[in-house]
Ligand binder design. Structure first.
Ligand code: FES
Length: 495
């Protein structure tokens, strides 16, 4: 798998696995931004949560983001206003600003030195259609109460753009310097943190949730927060989101890049931001997970876009991550539809750091039983048929197609066609296998059927993982579960 720029430039502490039973008022599963910010907010109210992370702190999508905190959110204010009304668009804008501010407050309060910096975000339109779209978004964003304006140009940018809109008071930060520092702050304050501890099962009983861990330990918690990007075992929300892969590079450029967040309006869109003086992060090239021929081509597309505009002097890192697009455009943050004591945040689109930060605040308030004006809007229990029906139907038809069509496809008919370090879907008779050949030539044979809802996984050529095209479940090359919805690995098989 790839290593992000953030992983290469931050130093973390190691936390032991949880190998003894315990009781917790709040158990948080997942050591990314949502999990740690929930723990931090609870701590402000005097509650010390327990955090368990399947791998290491920040190793999920939080460590593979591009960490731009932008109020120009992916859900688009004019779409929100159209589907939910102008008052809702105002609430979304307020929530976005809160997400940006909270990261800054935590960074400052605990001297995390996470390179948090306030700066403007620019969106530019290059075609007539894009200009019409941007005009609608500018009007809706202003009506939502944001500090936003049309400007002549992007100051310091070396190539011409069409219409430009500037969202003021946005921010950027180093997500792993932030998370590693915050984890230590929490630990020093008495929050228990455990790594390499995966949840295998959770059952709601009378007055508590019993959680079984991969270490053999059991936690009995009054409240359970699933901060696992896609919440495991929460099937009702999995079918209301679509998984996409997104790509990023860290480079040094020959042309200067202004210190701001910059987005074009292509489909998919490209974006650029600086990190330090001479490091530039460029992202985009999104596509539906498991539904492309070669993931490496998407990375090449970003590199070509960056080379053409800024000239690349040095590559520092390239990586990819997954985003979940909710059917009605808004994230799901709140109490589970089906469980009284289980909570989650998911469906953040391309605004994971922003909504992760905000989710920590909202989930904490809900657990504490506080009134919160945002609770109803982001609740997984909301149902806006006008906003959701079209996208829900489209995505579930896509799932049905993947479920059926991929049952008959294959990449190889003989293991000899699989080189070292590669995986392929192999067909022998009516049987399909997911086969990975490791660097020593050893074969790892698995059923390609995703353990979540039975779609056929696909080999990700760039990350060297098995990715599920239906709801975005991911597995290591050797079949172990990497990220939800599935809670366990692919089943072993024999040729
Ligand atoms: Fe749902 Fe694979 S993640 S079927």
């Amino acid at each position: 798998m790839t290593t992000s720029y953030w992983e290469r430039t931050a130093k973390k502490e190691v936390y032991a696995p949880l190998d003894k039973d315990l009781e917790a008022e709040v158990l948080i599963v997942g050591g990314g931004l949502t999990g740690l910010m929930t723990a931090w907010n609870l701590m402000q109210a005097g509650k010390k949560a327990v955090i368990v992370e399947a791998r290491t702190i920040g190793s999920g999508v939080s460590g593979n983001t591009t960490a731009h905190l932008n109020s120009s959110v992916d859900c688009d204010y004019h779409i929100v206003a159209q589907n939910f009304g102008k008052d809702t668009a105002k609430l979304v804008a307020e929530a976005a600003v809160l997400g940006i501010e909270l990261v800054g407050q935590v960074d400052k309060a605990h001297n995390l030195d996470a390179n948090y910096k306030k700066l403007p975000a620019y969106i530019y339109a290059e075609t007539t259609d894009q200009i019409l779209e941007l005009q609608k978004e500018l009007k809706a964003a202003k009506e939502a109460g944001l500090d936003v304006e049309e400007v002549e140009e992007i100051e310091g940018l070396n190539f011409p753009t069409g219409m430009v809109v500037r969202f003021n008071r946005n921010a950027r930060f180093h997500p792993l310097k932030f998370l590693y520092g915050l984890a230590e702050t929490l630990r020093e304050a008495g929050v228990q943190i455990y790594e390499q501890t995966r949840v295998e099962e959770h059952n709601e009983k009378d007055g508590y949730v019993e959680v079984t861990l991969s270490t053999g330990a059991t936690v009995r918690a009054q409240h359970l927060v699933l901060a696992t990007h896609s919440p495991i075992f929460m099937h009702s929300v999995h079918t209301r989101m679509a998984p996409y892969r997104s790509y990023a590079i860290a480079v040094r450029t020959r042309q200067p890049v202004p210190d701001s967040l910059i987005y074009d309006m292509r489909e998919p869109y490209n974006y650029v931001r600086k990190e330090e003086d001479d490091v530039v992060i460029i992202g985009g090239a999104d596509h539906k997970t498991g539904q492309t021929g070669d993931e490496n081509q998407h990375l090449q597309n970003i590199k070509a876009w960056a080379e053409e505009r800024f000239g690349i002097a040095e590559y520092l890192a390239s990586w990819s991550a997954q985003v979940f697009e909710p059917a009605d455009n808004l994230p799901f943050i709140g109490k589970s539809l089906t469980h009284k004591r289980v909570y989650y945040g998911t469906g953040y689109s391309g605004d994971g750091t922003l909504w992760g930060s905000f989710a920590g605040y909202l989930l904490s308030d809900i657990i504490l039983g506080k009134e919160n004006k945002f609770a109803e809007l982001f609740s997984p229990a909301r149902l806006n048929v006008k906003a959701e029906a079209g996208e829900f139907l489209k995505e579930n038809l896509n799932v049905a197609k993947e479920f059926i069509v991929e049952r008959f496809s294959s990449d190889a008919s003989d293991v000899k066609e699989i080189p070292n370090g590669e995986g392929k879907i192999l067909r022998q008779g009516i049987q399909q296998y997911a086969v990975f050949r490791d660097d020593q030539g050893g074969l790892h044979v698995m059923s390609p059927t995703c353990v979540h809802m039975g779609c056929v996984v696909q080999w990700n050529k760039m990350e060297k993982t098995w990715d599920c095209p239906c709801h975005g479940g991911r597995y290591k090359a050797t079949g172990e579960q990497l990220s939800g919805p599935p809670a366990t690995g692919l089943r072993k098989a024999e040729l």
